[in-house]
Write a protein that binds this ligand. Structure first.
Ligand code: HEM
Length: 279
């Protein structure tokens, strides 16, 4: 992760071209944790640590940090705070493993992220998809040089595609007032766009050769700036935070880590109820 929110410089580190268009999973039964999992807290921790090590190896081998971060965000970001019932409220519940949700327009390309981490899921059957997605995302941020995210684990998975959220809950790039979080959090979380890129064949944004930029300067008209990113330096209610993070990496990291952890818990149901920490 680069020091400045939205200062882009890393070229694409996302999925290997050879993986495009692959994989349709039907893991209805996968992702269910054995009933004894919560009781055996030590085992759960050991498994989660194993997962974390394997994710680190995957990151080293493929540099897939950006798409794993996007995967975690798109599982959690479907949360609707007006719905109290789980899993109707959406959020970090592993529903993004199902084909029906992977086919939502906003999730274009994320099947490649699932393909990358499915072998880790197969190896650690007791770990849920919901935890795996969030663990992979947080580990990707940390391994990319970002802050340590104060994560907890123990998220339950939904078990059937019928439990997936309806399409349209994630924010879209041309609507510049996303309702996912309070303003300060949106600005901090948008700093995740310091990683990765956009692809015309997925979101429709970007060009095959898209580069990334420090959007505060906007020096090169070829560089991609999503409307939701540009507004961070245009609208005064966002700008106050964007300027602060541009000046102060410690402040950015602190608020990003807190916002990311909060995002990763949206809509999640934990077993045990207080979750499991690896620290
Ligand atoms: C505020 C609302 C947001 C909008 C409208 C938005 C939109 C987008 C779009 C259109 C792309 C390009 C996807 C592609 O073409 O493959 C993208 C990429 C990405 N987004 Fe967001 N995003 C938002 C928030 C977030 C948040 C909160 C995070 C994480 C905390 C995040 C992480 C990423 C990452 C890491 C990529 C790069 C993926 C890659 O290179 O494969 N985004 N986003």
């Amino acid at each position: 992760m680069q020091p400045h929110p939205l200062r882009r410089g890393l070229s694409s580190a996302s999925p290997l071209p050879s993986l495009r268009g692959l994989l349709l999973v039907s893991p209805q039964e996968l992702g269910r944790r054995p009933a004894s999992w919560a009781a055996a807290a030590g085992d759960a921790e050991a498994e989660l640590r194993g997962v974390r090590e394997d994710v680190k190896q995957l990151l080293k081998a493929t540099s897939c940090h950006p798409i794993l971060v996007r995967l975690g965000w798109h599982d959690a970001g479907t949360y609707d705070k007006n719905i109290t019932e789980w899993p109707k409220c959406g959020g970090a519940n592993g529903s993004l493993r199902f084909e029906i949700e992977l086919k939502h327009a906003a999730n274009a390309g994320l099947v490649n992220a699932l393909k990358l981490i499915q072998p880790i899921k197969d190896k650690y059957a007791g770990v849920t998809y919901a935890d795996l997605f969030q663990l992979a995302s947080a580990t990707a941020i940390e391994e990319a040089g970002g802050p340590k995210i104060p994560m907890i684990y123990g998220r339950l998975d939904v078990s059937a595609p019928e439990q997936c959220p309806p399409e349209g809950r994630l924010p879209v790039s041309y609507r510049t007032n996303p309702k996912v979080a309070p303003r300060q959090e949106i600005v901090a979380l948008s700093g995740a766009h310091t990683l990765g890129r956009a692809r015309p064949e997925r979101s429709g944004w970007g060009k095959p050769e898209t580069k990334y930029t420090d959007i505060k300067e906007c020096q090169d008209e070829d560089l991609l700036v999503l409307p939701t990113d540009a507004v961070l330096f245009e609208d005064s209610s966002f700008k106050i935070y964007a300027e602060k993070y541009a000046e102060n990496q410690d402040a950015f990291f602190e608020d990003y880590a807190e916002g990311h952890a909060k995002l990763s818990n949206l809509g999640a149901k934990f077993d045990p109820p207080k979750g499991v920490s690896l620290e």
